[in-house]
Design a protein around this ligand. Structure first.
Ligand code: HEC
Ligand code: HEC
Ligand code: HEC
Ligand code: HEC
Ligand code: HEC
Length: 200
């Protein structure tokens, strides 16, 4: 073949316009399909996938930032059961009132807290992390294992699964914590991977 012998066909103006329009339509269809897909996945997982930048609104806008970063409170001051049993637990309003009896006059969220406490109404915190009923998760085993292995404080372990909660205005889930995630970490750390370890 002689170099330069080969010539590409120049598209006509009509062809250019036709393909241009087709291209735009295809792009549009793809964008709509992608949006629909993320919506379906979000609905399926029960939480936003792409558009979420923060966690759900809570009945009282409790800021971890103020309590953890500013006041230096320990996670276990409030999540008392986390080093002892399965659930970390959220404290009752009574514990909050040890300070908010006197701290926070005239702040709207604190007035809400005081009203609920006075009326004996429980605060219906919206759950952020939740494994299905057929899954068995125990905080205590994890906290003990990693704090002993790494020689760190118990509260330093929380970030492994929950991220830097102390810097969150609203708690959001940052780690998958689905079966694959649990099993991978178990395998890497010599923890049990048989089905009955996590399923009854
Ligand atoms: C002053 C009490 C207090 C302290 C201290 C505190 N928390 Fe919380 N935490 C709460 C309350 C109240 C909620 C429920 C409302 C919310 O989700 O913001 C909560 C929610 C959470 C949740 C989400 C629970 C769910 O529904 O899945 C995580 C995770 C969490 N805290 C981790 C931490 C970690 C880690 C620390 C330490 C860095 C910490 N907390 C310190 C009171 C506290
Ligand atoms: C060790 C004392 C202490 C405990 C216990 C405590 N808080 Fe606080 N909290 C504070 C202080 C101090 C502030 C800052 C108040 C201010 O900005 O004037 C604060 C701020 C807040 C605010 C923000 C108010 C605003 O509008 O700026 C909310 C909401 C709140 N706390 C809720 C809670 C809840 C719910 C609990 C229990 C889970 C709790 N606190 C436990 C000391 C405490
Ligand atoms: C190995 C991963 C892992 C670590 C480490 C971990 N968590 Fe969790 N956490 C979870 C999972 C999974 C759930 C959901 C559990 C469920 O639905 O029963 C959860 C739920 C929670 C909840 C809400 C429900 C409950 O259990 O009461 C709080 C609060 C919480 N964690 C706090 C903490 C704190 C504080 C620490 C550190 C002391 C910590 N977690 C360490 C995985 C972890
Ligand atoms: C960051 C790593 C990591 C993640 C993520 C993790 N685990 Fe674990 N898990 C461990 C380790 C390590 C142990 C072993 C603790 C010990 O030896 O006492 C363990 C122990 C357990 C145990 C106790 C097993 C027994 O019989 O002693 C259960 C149950 C469990 N994990 C369930 C889960 C579930 C469910 C998830 C996901 C929602 C999960 N884990 C996520 C590291 C992890
Ligand atoms: C380390 C913990 C762990 C082990 C080991 C484990 N699972 Fe799971 N499994 C989970 C978690 C967590 C979920 C829930 C995932 C979610 O949030 O949807 C789950 C969900 C499931 C489901 C429901 C379908 C789904 O994907 O949600 C089935 C079925 C299942 N596991 C079977 C098994 C079998 C079979 C084994 C043994 C080969 C096994 N699991 C071992 C943690 C574990």
């Amino acid at each position: 073949m002689i170099p330069g012998d080969f010539q590409t066909l120049k598209p006509t103006r009509r062809q250019l316009i036709k393909h241009g329009i087709l291209g735009v339509i295809t792009l549009g269809v793809l964008v709509v399909a992608a949006l629909a897909l993320t919506f379906v996945i979000s609905a399926w997982l029960g939480r936003p996938v792409v558009f979420a930048t923060e966690g759900p609104d809570q009945p009282i806008a409790f800021p971890h930032t103020t309590h953890v970063e500013d006041l230096g409170m320990d996670c276990t001051f409030c999540h008392r059961n986390v080093t002892e049993g399965a659930a970390a637990t959220i404290p009752s309003a009574g514990l909050c009132m040890t300070c908010h009896d006197v701290v926070g006059d005239d702040l709207e969220e604190i007035e809400k807290l005081r009203d609920m406490h006075e009326e004996g109404r429980p605060i219906d915190w919206v759950r952020v992390h939740r494994v299905p009923d057929h899954v068995h998760f125990v905080h205590e085993a994890h906290i003990r294992f990693f704090s002993e292995r790494d020689g760190v404080e118990e509260t330093a372990v929380c970030a492994t699964c929950h991220g830097d909660v102390g810097s969150m205005e609203k708690v959001e889930q940052v780690r998958d914590l689905k079966m694959g995630d649990c099993v991978n970490c178990h395998r890497d750390n010599g923890a049990p991977t048989d089905c009955t370890a996590c399923h009854y």
